[in-house]
Design a protein around this ligand. Structure first.
Ligand SMILES: Cc1ncc(COP(=O)(O)O)c(C=O)c1O
Length: 376
């Protein structure tokens, strides 16, 4: 039996999104920049989707720039602020997604002082530590709303307020927050916010950057001047339609019972397991666990053979397996950071899946310990 428990990696498209793709592709086949009826039909779909997204996340329609996903949205914001900067500071959390960390690492090579603020033992980067790192030279602050590995909700409100009062631009990566916690651009009053469609049941390769009115964006890929000159390239009309259709379709809070059942069983059956960010405020679908002495990647493969799709905390980059930078930044050693598994629940999962996963983990643990000649 196949069980998908990796919804933070991607959430398979919901039915409404698939319907929207089919409808947009067949009923509005034109290019939204074309003036004829077919183009106008496509334009209407993009405009309607923009209005719906804007309403959903509390911003003006003019603030929405559709992109190819969260990665592009993060990059546009970062490069727009830092394009011509040769010195100055950027303050960001050490637990950001590589979509933020990588472009900022490039900026350090260009002479910028990038400060990566580490989380506490619960996986929270405190507002106090973020604010303490901000100085008079700070050009940009980057802080994610929800961490993709631990699910820990970060205190963005306080940092955003400080930035606003001091006139410092702030980018909030809300890719893992959308659909899981309330997201309101105007209330948060930030300069940039990045979103991705495939985390909420849209399709892959679509996202949005929300931009405060009046901020000029750098065109990363100059071209036809779509999105009011802010992001060139013919719009992904079916994908954008699916993004709007998926909004609000999934209530991620409804998976709390499964996550809690999983963690409760895990603690009984594998007492040495550790649950990361257990005592922090977390999104209700995510459980990041450490199984000391076991290699996360090996475990992942064993679970895969048993039909479970979960994630290991370590990321694979250019063929080299790196331990999770999130866990390392929490002060864990490499072997602990490599023994993590992330389970993220979503539509179609049940409490039975949660219990079956614990049973499979017990099996794997016993097998691996048996192979190592240890007492089970
Ligand atoms: C926090 C966060 N930011 C950005 C991204 C990148 O989004 P996309 O896959 O749409 O490029 C992800 C995807 O995993 C993410 O979890």
């Amino acid at each position: 039996m196949k069980r998908y428990l990796d919804f933070n990696a991607t959430c398979p498209p919901v039915e409404a999104a698939l319907d929207a793709v089919a409808q947009a592709a067949t009923e509005a086949p034109g290019n939204p920049s074309s003036l004829h009826w077919a183009g106008r039909a496509a334009r209407r779909i993009v405009d309607d989707a923009r209005d719906k997204l804007a309403k959903f996340v509390g911003c003006e329609s003019g603030s929405v720039v559709f992109t190819s996903g969260g990665t592009e949205a993060d990059n546009i914001a970062i490069h727009s602020v830092l394009a011509s900067a040769q010195s100055g500071r950027v303050v960001c959390t050490a637990i950001e997604h590589p979509a933020v960390l990588r472009p900022l690492q490039h900026k350090t090579e260009q002479g910028l002082d990038v400060v990566f603020v580490r989380p506490d033992k619960n996986g929270i980067v405190t507002a106090g530590n973020m604010i303490a790192a901000i100085n008079d030279d700070t050009l940009l602050v980057c802080m994610m709303l929800v961490n993709n590995e631990s699910g820990a909700i970060q205190p963005v409100h306080e940092v955003a307020e400080y930035c606003r009062n001091h006139g410092i631009p702030i980018l909030v990566d809300a890719v893992q927050a959308l659909g899981k916690v309330p997201v309101n651009f105007q209330q948060l009053d930030v300069d940039f916010m990045s979103l991705s469609a495939h985390k909420i049941g849209g399709i892959k390769g679509v996202g949005a950057l929300l931009v405060r009115r009046g901020i000029k964006l750098l065109e990363l890929t100059p071209g036809g001047g779509q999105e009011r000159g802010r992001r060139s390239g013919t719009e992904n009309v079916p994908g954008i339609a699916a993004f709007a259709a998926a909004l609000g379709e999934i209530d991620f809070s409804s998976f709390a019972a499964m996550r809690d059942a999983f963690e409760e069983q895990l603690k009984i059956q594998i007492p040495e397991a550790r649950i990361i960010s257990e005592h922090a405020s977390r999104v209700t679908n995510t459980s990041l666990i450490i199984l000391p002495g076991m290699d996360g990647e090996t475990l992942l493969m064993q679970l895969d053979l048993a039909g479970f799709a979960v994630a290991s905390g370590s990321a694979c980059s250019s063929g080299k397996r790196e331990p999770s930078h999130v866990l390392m930044s929490m002060g864990m050693n490499e072997s602990m950071a490599r023994s993590s598994i992330r389970i993220s629940f979503g539509p179609g999962n049940s409490i039975e899946d949660a219990k079956a996963l614990v049973a499979a983990l017990v099996n794997s643990r016993n097998r691996l310990k048996g192979m190592a000649g240890l007492a089970v």
